[in-house]
Unconditional design. Sequence first.
Length: 576
Amino acid sequence: MYVHLLGTVELSARGEPLSIGSRKVRTLLACLAIDPERPVSPDTLAERLWDGEPPPSAAGTLQVYISRLRSALRKANETAGSADGPPVESISRSGTYVLRAETDQVDWQLFHRLAVQARSLVEVGDDRGALAALDRASDIWQGEPLAGLPGLWAAQMRSLMKGRRFAASVTRCEIELRFGRYADLVPDLAELADEQPWNEQVAAQLMTALYGCGRIAEALAAYRRIRRRLRDDLATEPDETLNRLHERMLRRELLDHTVPPQRTIISAPPSAPAPSRRPTTLPPAPELVGRDRELDLLVAAARGEWPMSPNARPASLPVVAVSGMPGCGKTALALAAAHRLHESFEDGAVLLRLGAHSGEQEDRGPESAATALLRQFGIPSSEIPVEPDELLAHCRELLAQRHAVVVLDDAAGPDQIGPLLPAAPTSFILITSRRRMAELPTVSTIPLNALTPQAATDMFTRLVGPARTTDPARVTDITRLCARHPLALHIAAGRFRGRPSWTLDHLAERLSRRNGRLDELRDSHGGIDRSFAMSYQALDAGHQLALHRLSLHPGDGFGAYLGAALIGCPPTGQSG
């Protein structure tokens, strides 16, 4: 009997797929099968099954799902008999749950083993043996990993699995370039370059393949594309290896028919490689209003004065997350803190825009973030590992040895950030995210709520100017209609400032129109509704429906019983 995670999550016996019930049961199977024989606690399973918000009834409902999974496994084992290896079982062990299965009985585990085997064969020079292992791995990959499973955990695991497949694809291209298969490789390498546009190893391979089959102009264009992308997105330049390859192509030199393999084994140097220059990728400091307390906390944290933890390691700095709804000023606060602290950190300050809610289809996995962060610190692409585990270890090592301010902006959540964090960072790591980081015990959180009435008034007055804000009562009304939300205040003030004929009364009247407030809070970048739409799209279907129903309530607030009646569930949150 076999467990399939590469494609639809399912079981199979004697070559035939078998039903395993609901989406929750498939998610439960994936949680256990992603790493067989490793215990998983009920709390962790509940967090993954209910996407970070388990209901009060989660413990009991989880037992029901465990029972259904065991029943499905039992039937599958009976169908398989002894034809497909030993039985696959879900067992309890010391208050945790474990999936007992052989590595070759879980397609993802078999794929990973073959990919690692191929990399090892490349390291010892056995290219043909490596290709054979990669061929087997390619046959196993049946489609998008964990297809159809919702939630942040599934999304992050899907990203990790795709990252490992990407590494295997790079290894294959590396081998086939040495065999001179240039023309055949161009489509595959172009697809890999689109998938990871900052990856200089892939860019070098694509340039080599194009050049090798006589498409010299396209090879030079590929260099220009990655150079522009690195400059625009990471404020850095291509490394020397890529530059030398470009120069040889400009001189129309005959390239070697080999591309040296990317060594991914990391020794333990006494310190991380020194950057070629002091990295500072911060945009100009924003004007900050009404966040003095939070800014003081961040400065204290960077100095090791907050939070005071008895378990803190000597010489390490805390990791702080600024959380809050879209447009509440998380990035502005983080940048203001980074600018204030910049001169106190000898390795400078870097901003990495993770773009979880940017609307762009970029890779949200920790591996992509680690690669971009290493590049921002000036690490040459030739020293950035391809294997995800080694890549993440390299990133943690860097953050444990450098002394810099590192802003990770618009993070997707704990699964993206957790693998990047060392146990005892010497850099001050500041995260902004719409999601809570409660799953990461080493991260302290500063929540951002609406501005105080006085701060909201000060912000609007400063944005518009004192000459047009002479009616304090009307300004207070406008800030209330904007919910004292920083982005809403910025947009309203911008529209008012650009229309000299408008009065405060006219703006307040427009903001008070029934069902018209969101239309007023728009600018050339889209508006406040676009910011919230990104968070809405990240919700599963059940939460989206709940939001729709709650929005029908005409009042400013509601209690648990009214909310439960609107959603159609018990007020205790009990649900299957």
